[in-house]
Design a protein around this ligand. Structure first.
Ligand code: HDD
Length: 713
């Protein structure tokens, strides 16, 4: 039976008198030491006389301070900054044709999950809005054991072999001499490394795209990246790529916003996830798979084992097999989000690895890192890491062991312990690795089928819409503009010529590079000593699809405006009808309307009713919102149109391509903006009802607003 929750019920508005709260069963909760001794005074240390020194015997002080002194654990080497939530995965049907995984075996079957999103490069306290890859790690607590899908929001990776991972991370992390810059790839060591690694070029296109600036975790795709295997009951195996598709669509913020958000609210994504769940706007993703029969392994013009390649969705469609809903926030960030330990090697029967050398290396790294991060081999006993299925084996001891193993035996085979724990037959769920035939020489060498580094980079760039291409160009101009070494800039621009001539030209122009020097072949400087360069040429350079529209963020607008943040600029005298109509329509759609006013506290609407102010113009900014609504009300607008912060708010929203609705007298405020100088401003609605606004906001941004970036705020 579940243990009774003894957490004191918090009064809604606790007053100092309520601070001795009763637990549900009526008992009070006295403060104790870790040994259970009730504490009488937690305010003063034990002194030798009122003005005397602290006594060594003050065991309460020593215990409290010792625990505090050890409160932090080493942060993750990568993906240190993150946020997570509980939820469930629901299978859409029976996938037993491809996999015997129990959690995918029947329609409607639910499996609890914990999902953690993260940035890669920044430290634990860094901003959520760094230009970076996002981690997308899901732990499925299945009846057959924990299954971890430890992916990213981009489907490829920078490198092909795990051997290079420490180099990549050393290059992107703050530089070793001065530990600058934080959570940014825009610096010399990163681009020095990248400009010497042509295999990174495809990933660089993704990382410089708007994918690296998600609007919300709930608006980004997730990918397993590697090719994995599905294995069915007949031991037939299929190659599989995993995809998470957000129901809210894929949306991003602009770089200018990202930089401002980093100052205004570095917890932007964390807060967004937390609030969405608290407000019942649960983020949702569908799980999709691309399945390739074993016999088709060599049918593609790229290698399925190469993590720098995608299978274009136009070649192998994504089949949707289930849905994940995140509906519960963690109770305690440290205990759950910080202590969760993911591992691509946590498998269930029916899912297996391939020989992707990046994946194979990861299989070592993840357990190893937990030993230093979580302090020993028993991290699996921390509640968030425990499987829901029973766990029995002969592992014993180690730091912080929680389980009290009973009986005499801790070895196998045994007779004294009745043979327990016994090995499970395959028919009872015993895991058996896929019987792949391996026959080869022991060799340190990359397959030549991995050597075409540019075709898919080109495919990605050329599949983007014009505005997305412009963003990639600006991102490269920014990133390389921050690089101090001219050699590195030039080498990198030269490398871009292998992806797209115009791309290279545009970036070069922004950097003042003329002429562009194409780097001399070989481009790759990650060869072993004694390499025969002939071996490092691609066997094939080709593109099976010319364009893949699925690679554009615009391909997935999603439905509705659930979780969107709407700024409502209003102050005393705001038109009550208009405000009421919008607020209720937005709430119905799962969006959050926040009243932003010239002062905090509350305002009186045109009926004299008090309305709570969510933020004053001093404590918030347009970059934290998706769209702006300015209701009428002559008194309200009279105040606002004289307030430079209110004018700036509207202008800045315009600059960032956001939908703006101006109703009634609010036109006076609009007339004060720079944006109003455009006779035909796109995406600005005048005197519209809420349904027109909602429809416009569901498209996320008004990208066709071509004068937006000219607004000088
Ligand atoms: Fe990794 C964490 C995803 C390559 C070594 N990785 C980590 C996390 C994610 C990924 C999402 C954070 C999990 C969490 O929220 O706790 N990593 C990836 C993806 C990769 C990848 C999608 C390429 C396809 N990683 C990769 C390689 C290595 C590592 C090649 C090393 C050989 N990754 C680690 C790590 C981390 C980690 C050092 C840091 C903290 C942790 O594992 O638990 O072991």
């Amino acid at each position: 039976m579940a243990e009774k929750d003894k957490t004191p019920k918090k009064p809604d508005n606790p007053k100092i008198d309520d601070l001795y709260m009763n637990t549900e069963d009526g008992s009070t909760e006295a403060m104790t030491t870790n040994q259970g001794l009730k504490i009488n005074d937690d305010q003063n240390s034990l002194l030798a006389g009122e003005r005397g020194p602290t006594l060594m015997e003050d065991f309460h002080f020593r215990e409290k301070m010792t625990h505090f002194d050890h409160e932090r654990i080493p942060e993750r080497i990568v993906h240190a900054r993150g946020a997570g939530a509980h939820g469930y995965f629901e299978s859409y049907g029976d996938l037993s044709q491809y996999t015997k995984a129990g959690f995918l075996s029947e329609k409607g079957k639910r499996t609890p999950v914990f999902t953690r999103f993260s940035t890669v490069a920044g430290f634990k306290g860094s901003s959520d809005l760094a230009r970076d890859v996002r981690g997308f790690a899901v732990k499925f607590y299945t009846e057959e054991g924990n299954y971890d899908l430890v992916g990213n929001n981009m489907p490829v990776f920078f490198i092909q072999d795990a051997m290079k991972f420490p180099d990549l991370i050393h290059a992107v992390k703050p530089e070793q001499h001065n530990e600058i810059p934080q959570a940014a790839s825009a610096h010399d060591t990163f681009w020095d490394f990248i400009s010497l690694m042509p295999e990174s070029m495809h990933m660089i296109m993704w990382a410089m795209s708007d994918r690296a600036l998600p609007r919300s975790y709930s608006m980004m795709e997730g990918f397993g990246v590697h090719t994995f295997r599905f294995v069915n009951e007949r031991n037939e195996s299929f190659f599989v790529k995993f995809h998470w598709k957000p129901l809210a669509g894929t949306h991003s913020v602009t770089w200018d916003e990202a930089q401002k958000i980093s100052g205004q609210d570095p917890d932007f994504h964390r807060r967004d996830l937390w609030n969405a769940i608290e407000n019942g706007n649960y983020p949702e993703w569908e799980l999709g798979v691309q399945i390739v029969p074993e016999e088709d392994e060599h049918k593609f013009d790229f290698d399925l084992l190469d993590a720098t390649k995608i299978i274009p969705e136009e070649l192998v469609p994504v089949k949707l097999i289930g849905k994940m809903v995140l509906d519960t926030n963690p109770t305690n960030f440290f205990a759950e989000t910080e202590q969760i330990a993911f591992h691509p090697g946590h498998l269930v029967p029916g899912i297996d690895f391939t020989n992707d050398p990046l994946l194979q290396g990861r299989l070592f790294s993840y357990t190893d890192t937990q030993l230093s991060r979580l302090g020993g081999p028993n991290f699996n006993e921390i509640p968030i890491n425990r499987p829901i299925s029973p766990m029995h084996n002969n592992q014993r001891g180690g730091l912080m062991r929680q389980t009290i193993n009973k009986g005499q035996t801790s070895y196998h085979p045994n007779n004294l312990g009745g043979g327990c724990p016994f090995q499970a037959k395959m028919s009872d769920g015993g895991f058996v690795s896929h019987h792949e035939k391996i026959d080869g020489h022991k060799i340190r060498k990359r397959s030549s089928s991995f050597m075409d580094h540019f075709s898919q980079a080109k495919l990605f760039f050329e599949s983007q819409t014009k505005i997305e291409q412009e963003h990639i160009i600006s991102a490269l101009r920014f990133e390389l503009g921050k690089v101090e070494s001219e050699d590195i800039r030039e080498r990198m621009v030269g490398m871009l010529t292998y992806i797209d001539g115009d791309l290279a030209k545009e970036v070069a122009e922004g950097l003042g590079i003329n002429p562009i020097t194409k780097p001399k072949e070989p481009l790759n400087h990650s060869f072993p000593a004694d390499a025969d360069l002939k071996d490092y040429q691609p066997t094939k350079v080709s593109r099976s699809v010319e364009k893949s529209p699925a690679l554009s963020l615009m391909a997935r607008p999603g439905k509705g405006i659930k979780g969107r943040m709407i700024a409502v600029l209003a102050t005393d005298g705001v038109d009550a009808d208009s405000l009421g109509h919008y607020k209720s329509a937005l709430k119905k759609e799962g969006a959050e309307a926040k009243i932003i006013s010239s002062h905090a506290g509350s305002i009186a609407d045109s009926n004299g009713d008090a309305i709570k102010v969510d933020h004053s113009l001093l404590t918030t900014s347009s970059v934290l919102f998706d769209a702006v609504f300015v209701p009428g009300g002559s008194k309200s607008i009279k105040t606002l149109h004289k307030n430079p912060d209110a004018i700036r708010f509207v202008d800045e929203a315009y600059k960032h391509f956001k939908v703006i609705t101006i109703n009634g007298d609010a036109e006076k405020l609009w007339d004060m903006t720079y944006a109003s100088k455009n006779a035909n401003p796109k995406g600005v609605l005048f005197d519209q009802d809420a349904s027109a606004f909602i429809e416009a906001v569901s498209k996320h941004r008004v990208w066709e607003r071509d004068d937006a970036t000219r607004i000088p705020v």
